[in-house]
Design a protein around this ligand. Structure first.
Ligand code: GLN
Ligand code: ZN
Length: 767
């Protein structure tokens, strides 16, 4: 019997980031919107055909997006705040204004806030309702794309963010959680019902509604909300279209019974994350006879080959409860790179261990085929046998030196002396900084010229010495410019780094690198995580020479710039044969060596970025400490515990949502933290206030994810808001993230405004 295969979503940026290039070209005025539309159409067709050729039964459509699928959903539901409507731009213009802000002839508006999508490094735009929001069906995108595929002879399964997840993630214009009245809930449900009706008309067989928010802890009213939405939506199926309720990134054990009773045609369960709880729930409550379970066995978030024997075991476990089992990706493949094809820099012996999106299609097909075979057939199946050899334990040997170092750690290695309050006094004297010190997060714009120079080095067109001289000139200019505009703590600009994680990985033992394994992070921004292949240790000093050079060029304090162990792991592809905790500890020891070398080289302020620490916080509260913080926070302390009291340790986080873990952030025992609160809400300031947060903090005074230039006035107001909640002695003034992705044209004026604002506030305070 053949088993149905389903893909939850496919990467849309293109094998060679075609979508990124054409959209950025459009923003710069290098090509028009028609060129964007044409490329988008080609990519969609190519991706559908690839899946068809791989033998996938349920191929997604509407997983394509110019920027973000949450933003598309907001537009679908006409949740477009007034300030964007008033610009009266065309369809794409409005979309990009919501995504990136707009500053031009039509007006001046900031972008919608952006947040990380569950535990991924993908950012979604936070939909915002305002008083004038009138929910109605407002977009034909999903229908058009379905028709486009149908014309190619491919009957797709349209996918949407479901109404429950949408409403739970949406905010009102005060950036607070939505008040959900009956009218609003039913208006939203009504749009989804209309969508189903339309797809019946268009001849769709399945529609997939993604409800990842179901894997989070439930608040009072959540289950009721979910039920009332679907009680209105499901009747619209009229027996003519099937609805797949898709969940991922965790388990839904706490609502499985409700979900099961509602009688969805399909229910997608993540059998990687939350596997045991999902299986227990199925075991306990059984499976509705109308429902097909979609076993999410192919991991959408790693790049390692699937272990077929494990996946078949999971399918078998479900089959004990129902004959209706399909195999699926555990989540959208949006979060993995396109294909291993062309990765010639990795030896074939190693590459065979990896499966990116395209290879995962093949895995899905093979698993489905194997799931249809009996035990005797499986015993002699060559595909299964070949797969098993990948997991026979011979992939990589352990490094005994790393093991010995880890075994030698004692409790003292995790505690810095003296206590922070004491250190802060000493540092203030030693560094001689003004009140409200100004600084940046580390990187300055990586211009085309810099990237071109790196490409030349790679191709052997210039020597290492020529490249280094070029980078030094960039550093010199950047330092001079920072001195000119009057920043207090300077940075060297990170021009030598392609990426804050890959750069470190390249100088550590145990990592592998790809040429083209890009993954979308937000909008057109992509990242290329390195792969942790074996045990990690530092091969040689990494940043010391650059930082020492930069410090030699200025009398100001020069901040050394490192990436922390949790972030290196979170933004790499981690191993699956040892725990994340073990891998993080190895990384912490490597970065600890670097911290101490920087200190010896005369660097007095060292920033250890933990940009991604918050991102991997488990979705369920009960898992926060035991499964994560209990080792992630000590790992950070291990990195810096051995420095002198006068050496100031900074950290940076690309996040502002740590109200609930504010004490854990404090327990990292950094001296200063900068974070990203400028696009988000200000609630975190209350949390800092209430928790008597000890770490000095710079809660970003402007948003670097938008090309907008903030005015001095605007920044002064923002500083005012911060000072209302924080002790002025503990406040730092900085942008909310690194400036790498911005251009010089907006960066320098923004920073000038920032410094001017800080000075104005200082002057006012001095009176
Ligand atoms: N130091 C890094 C930079 O400035 C931090 C980047 C980040 O937070 N993602 O680019
Ligand atoms: Zn950041």
């Amino acid at each position: 019997m053949s088993v149905l295969t389903s893909v939850s979503g496919f990467p849309r940026i293109g094998q060679n980031r075609e979508l990124k290039k054409i959209i950025e070209g459009y923003w710069k005025g290098a090509n028009d919107i028609d060129a964007v539309r044409a490329t988008a159409k080609e990519l969609r067709a190519r991706h559908w055909k690839l899946q068809q050729a791989a033998g996938i039964d349920l191929i997604p459509s509407n997983d394509f997006s110019y920027y973000d699928q949450m933003l598309d959903t907001a537009i679908l539901l006409n949740v477009i705040p007034q300030r964007y409507q008033r610009l009266s731009l065309d369809e794409e213009g409005t979309l990009f204004a919501m995504a990136r802000g707009y500053q031009g002839e039509a007006g001046d508006v900031t972008a919608l806030p952006m947040k990380k999508w569950f535990t991924t490094n993908y950012h979604y735009l936070v939909p915002e309702f305002d008083a004038a929001t009138e929910v109605r069906l407002n977009s034909t995108k999903a229908f058009d794309e379905f028709a486009e595929a149908k014309e190619l002879g491919i009957l797709t399964k349209p996918v949407f963010i479901g109404p429950y997840t949408f409403l739970k993630l949406a905010r009102n214009s005060e950036a607070q959680e939505l008040e959900l009245d009956k009218g609003l809930v039913s208006a939203v449900a009504d749009v989804y019902a209309q969508v189903l009706a339309k797809f019946i008309e268009l001849g769709a067989e399945w529609v997939q509604l993604d409800e990842p928010y179901l894997v989070l802890d439930k608040e009072p009213g959540d289950v009721e909300l979910f039920k009332s939405l679907y009680a209105k939506i499901l009747p619209a199926r009229k027996g003519a279209v099937k609805v797949l309720l898709n969940t991922y990134f965790g388990h839904i054990a706490d609502v499985y019974e409700t979900v099961n009773l509602l009688g969805f045609d399909g229910v997608g369960l993540d059998l990687n994350e939350g596997r045991d709880e999902n299986l227990d729930a199925v075991d306990r409550y059984g499976v509705n006879s109308a429902t097909t379970l979609f076993a999410g066995v192919v991991n959408g978030r790693n790049i390692w080959r699937n272990n077929y024997a494990v996946s078949l075991g999971l399918v078998d476990a479900l089959k004990e409860k129902t004959p209706n089992v399909a195999v699926s990706t555990a989540s959208s493949l949006l979060h993995v790179p396109f294909s291993t094809e062309g990765e010639t820099g990795i030896a074939a012996e190693q590459l065979k261990h990896f499966a990116f999106a395209v290879e995962k299609l093949g895995e899905l097909r093979e698993i489905a085929d194997l799931a249809g075979k009996d035990d005797a057939e499986l015993k002699s199946d060559p595909a299964l046998a070949a797969n098993q050899t990948l997991f026979d334990g011979t992939r990589v040997a352990a490094d005994p030196a790393v093991a010995a170092r880890v075994a030698g750690l004692t409790d003292e290695d995790f505690v810095r002396q003296p206590a922070r309050a004491e250190r802060q006094k000493l540092q203030r004297e030693a560094l001689g900084l003004p009140l409200l010190p100004t600084t940046t997060i580390g990187s300055f714009p990586q211009t085309r010229e810099i990237r071109a120079e790196r490409a030349k080095l790679r191709k052997g067109e210039i020597t290492k010495a020529e490249y280094d001289a070029f980078i030094k000139a960039q550093i010199d200019a950047c330092i001079r410019h920072q001195e000119e505009i009057g920043l207090d703590v300077l940075v060297h600009g990170e021009f030598e780094r392609n990426d804050m994680v890959e750069y470190f990985g390249q100088n550590l033992n145990g990592f592998l690198f790809t040429k083209n394994a890009w993954v979308q992070s937000y909008g057109t921004r992509c990242v290329k995580p390195p792969i942790v292949w074996g045990d990690v240790s530092r091969a040689k000093p990494i940043t010391v020479e650059w930082s020492a050079y930069a410090q030699s060029k200025t009398d100001h304090v020069m901040k050394g710039m490192l990436t922390g162990p949790v972030t290196i792991l979170n933004w790499s592809w981690p191993r699956e044969d040892i725990t994340h905790e073990q891998q993080t500890q190895q990384l912490a020891l490597a970065i600890r060596d670097e911290v101490l070398d920087l200190e010896s080289a005369g660097i007095r302020v060292i920033q250890i970025d933990e940009a991604a620490l918050r991102e991997k916080l488990p979705l369920r509260k009960s898992d926060w400490h035991v499964k994560y913080l209990d080792w992630a926070v000590p790992a950070f302390r291990l990195v810096h515990s051995a420095v002198k009291p006068t050496t100031q340790i900074h950290t940076h986080m690309c996040y502002s949502e740590f109200n609930d873990i504010i004490r854990d952030i404090d327990a990292m025992d950094a001296d200063v933290i900068s974070f990203e609160a400028s696009r988000g809400d200000l609630v975190v300031l209350d949390a800092i206030h209430e928790a008597h947060f000890e770490t000095e903090a710079g809660p970003g005074v402007y948003d670097i994810h938008s090309p907008r230039i903030p005015s001095e006035q605007e920044i002064e107001e923002r500083i005012g808001e911060i000072l209302a909640k924080m002790d002025v002695e503990k406040v730092w003034i900085n942008p909310d993230c690194g400036l790498k992705t911005r251009g010089d044209a907006e960066t320098w004026p923004s920073l000038e405004h920032m410094v001017a604002a800080a000075r104005a506030v200082r002057a006012r305070l001095a009176k």
